[in-house]
Ligand binder design. Structure first.
Ligand code: ATP
Ligand code: MG
Length: 366
């Protein structure tokens, strides 16, 4: 996958821009607060369906304007493609190759990219929700049907929680409805479980290999999935039945707590460095290596499933890595495209980077 052009109108601090990218290494270079991350944010919206840092799309509109427009031209195994995303007032419009798309879920899975930015360290340092967030986004790009199962699961969960809240307060609620939502949740949970299980099985060997390579054999990385059903080699129906057991066997506790205590929304994924829980025992450098290995492995999974590498978007993180790890990323690019942001440019010149100067929302090719 190669992004050739990114255009934006009234997006963040960008009035109007058109940036041409090349194969291999691209550098968005400039001082602080000029619009480097804004460009990556705009590009990544096409992969994730929404911004990775705004709570609401409205924040993306340039101050004083009514809406924004973004578009990309990219090349994948099928040839040249384009995507467009615009917002005017409350109206949103998404298009692929000129044809209207129904919603964000139809956009995800076309232009695939992997974003790595400083907050991603939370995948290692933070709570289980950070790791669930990581694999949710990663799986969505590989299997777009995951998005629908996940949002249906969340809806059923909200309804079930609503009844449990009533129960905890001693208010009347329908026991039948509670059982019915538990069954719906089990149905969606079975798909989520199977995709998560499969994804973790696919990404593990890549992450392990990369972690070994970047640490020159010194560090190992393991990824383990901890769902609420016992380990087993299940069919989809069996998984659903296991979840029905989970959702109906602790109802007394859940009624007292007023919330659903089990299910994929509580799953954890444990990352182990040299056999120890990385959240508790990894040094800062090991945490960085761990996230780098995960992000590069995410790209390898996309490549193994689709035959295409994603575009790698590295915001500020390369300069934080030590020389050895930075060299590992930059010299192992091969046919991959990477877009990085940095306030420095000297080192990247040696790698023949396409350097784009960023100043006050304007982008110029060197
Ligand atoms: P750094 O090196 O510090 O990370 P950067 O070049 O990545 O800087 P960006 O995050 O891209 O900087 O942000 C650039 C500027 O965009 C900031 O000054 C910010 O105030 C501005 N900005 C953010 N949102 C909007 C908006 N909706 N309208 C106009 N300007 C905005
Ligand atoms: Mg930035």
């Amino acid at each position: 996958m190669i992004i050739k052009k990114f255009s934006a109108v009234n997006f963040r601090n960008i009035g109007r821009c058109e940036i041409a990218f090349e194969k291999g290494l691209n550098l968005l270079h400039g001082k602080n607060a000029q619009g480097k991350t804004n460009a990556l944010e705009g590009i990544y919206i096409f992969s994730r369906g929404r911004s990775f840092r705004a709570r609401e799309d409205r924040e993306l509109i340039r101050f004083g304007e009514e809406g924004f427009r973004l578009s990309i031209e990219y090349e994948d195994g099928s040839g040249d493609n384009s995507l467009e995303y615009s917002m005017l007032g409350r109206e949103r419009l998404r298009k692929k190759n000129g044809y209207k798309l129904k919603g964000p879920s139809e956009m995800i899975g076309s232009f695939r990219s992997v974003l790595f930015y400083p907050d991603n360290l939370e995948i290692v340092k933070g709570g289980p929700e950070e790791r669930r967030g990581f694999i949710n986004v990663a799986i969505s790009q590989c299997y777009p049907s995951y998005i629908k199962y996940y949002s249906d699961y969340k809806k059923a969960l909200e309804n079930r929680n609503c009844l449990l809240r009533a129960a905890a307060k001693g208010l009347w609620f329908s026991e039948d409805e509670l059982i019915s939502w538990s069954h719906s949740m089990a149905e969606y949970a079975s798909y989520i479980y199977l995709m998560r299980e499969e994804y973790i099985r696919s990404i593990s060997p890549f992450a392990q290999r990369i972690m070994k390579e970047i640490s020159e054999g010194e560090e190992s990385l393991t990824i383990e999935y901890f769902p609420d059903i016992p380990e087993g080699n299940y069919t989809r129906e069996q998984v659903r039945d296991e979840y029905i057991k989970v959702f109906t066997s602790s109802l007394d506790r859940e009624r007292a707590a007023g919330v659903s205590l089990f299910g994929p929304h509580r799953d954890d994924i444990k990352l182990g460095v040299n056999g120890k829980d990385s959240r508790l025992f990894a040094s800062q450098g090991q945490q960085r290596s761990c996230v780098l290995a995960l992000k590069l492995a995410e790209g390898e999974v996309i490549h193994s499933l689709t035959g295409d590498y994603p575009v790698y978007l590295f915001d500020d993180v390369l300069s934080e890595l030590d020389d050895r790890r930075r060299r590992y990323v930059l010299s192992g690019l091969g046919e991959r495209q990477i877009i990085i942001t940095s306030c420095e440019s000297e080192e990247y010149r040696q790698y023949g980077a396409n350097i784009i100067e960023v100043a006050d929302g304007a982008y110029s090719q060197e």
